[in-house]
Design a protein around this ligand. Structure first.
Ligand code: GLY
Length: 339
């Protein structure tokens, strides 16, 4: 079993790669009851494991990442007298883990919770970091809390039934982590050499863990994890394209800007952009510049006529820079024509 322990200011989280069924069995000795919040797809596919426990299933869509779903979970917990001697466990992708973390953090002012992420994206990114929450009035993750799970248990068995398009989504975060923190991993991904997925997941999880544990509340350092995401959030809001596709587009613009500002050499920026294109086909994801720019204008991270953007000073070395919106617009035009 591969495992890392993460220490934050006020809490500790264990991240491990393990057999989820066995892990749940062991957890039964530590808590009165395990209360599962399960993505409905996982409920159907892994019913023999899920049905051993008290559980509620949710349809994990962005629309359902809402106060209504949180209220359903509160009612379920109240009805079953869930209390502090129980643990709430989210089993699913990032939507499920975000909802679970927020519901568990607020119910009775906080019940222990943990995650079993079942998508590659959730294993390497969405389940890690302690930001939990829901969407509000069309804005993603507007309401929420920062509170760390007791554990994150990734079981790669779940990836066997994950659609290929979902696996590719996870690769956007893997490429992002390599770009901001591990140039060797960039090369490994480029060569698409055979690698052990557990090893890659642990390596990428560790990158996020080490950044977040130094800046849990996003005062500074943690912002580098937004590489490719500032633009991605606007693209996702406008088009509901898969997260990974939006992040990949956002990274391309960020890399181009890193080159234009004189940080990243032509060869290195080209190399990274080629890496992204080798994993992503953008042909079925057209974007209209004006719509995306309108969404950026309303971005909560915007600061006057410019926006904080994560660029690369070098491969594996990020930096945060204020980019005027008009410069951003020119680069959005670039990604449309190079596609
Ligand atoms: N839950 C995702 C994060 O904290 O970044």
């Amino acid at each position: 079993m591969n495992s890392i322990e993460i220490a934050y200011n006020n809490s500790k989280t264990e991240y491990l790669i393990s057999d989820a069924e066995l892990f749940l069995q062991n957890l039964e000795t530590k808590y009165d009851r395990l209360v599962l919040i399960v993505d409905s797809n996982i409920e159907n596919m892994y019913n023999s494991i899920i049905s051993k426990y008290l559980y509620i299933s949710i349809i994990a869509t962005e629309v359902n990442k809402s106060q209504e779903t949180i209220n359903r979970i509160y009612s379920f917990c109240l009805h079953h007298h869930v209390n502090k001697s129980d643990i709430i466990i989210g089993i699913g992708g990032g939507i499920t883990t975000d909802i679970t973390g927020f519901a568990a953090s607020s119910f009775k002012r906080g019940i222990d919770f943990g995650f079993i992420p079942t998508t590659l994206l959730a294993m390497v990114d969405a389940s890690i970091g302690g930001k939990n929450g829901i969407n509000y009035d069309g804005y993603k993750n507007m309401i929420g809390s920062v509170n760390q799970p007791k554990f994150i248990c990734s079981d790669i068995l779940f990836l066997k039934t994950l659609p290929h398009s979902e696996v590719i989504n996870g690769y956007a975060e893997i490429i992002k982590s390599a770009a901001i923190a591990d140039s060797l991993l960039t090369e490994e991904l480029f060569r698409k050499q055979y690698f052990d997925l557990s090893y890659i997941i642990l390596k990428v999880a560790n990158i996020k863990i080490s950044i977040v544990s130094k800046d849990e509340k996003e005062q500074g350092l943690r912002k580098v994890l937004n590489f490719g995401h500032t633009l991605a959030h606007s693209i996702e809001k406008e088009y509901l394209y898969p997260h990974g596709v939006a992040v990949a587009m956002g990274m391309i613009v960020a890399i181009q800007l890193s080159f234009k500002y004189g940080y990243l050499s032509f060869n290195k920026s080209n190399h990274l952009i080629k890496l992204i294109y080798s994993y992503f086909d953008f042909a079925s994801y057209p974007i209209c510049i004006n719509d995306v720019v309108d969404a950026i204008r309303f971005d909560k991270k915007r600061n006057g006529d410019s926006i904080d953007f994560v660029l690369l000073q070098d491969l594996g070395t990020p930096l945060i820079k204020k980019i005027p919106i008009n410069i951003l617009m020119e680069n959005l035009y670039d990604i449309c024509v190079t596609r």
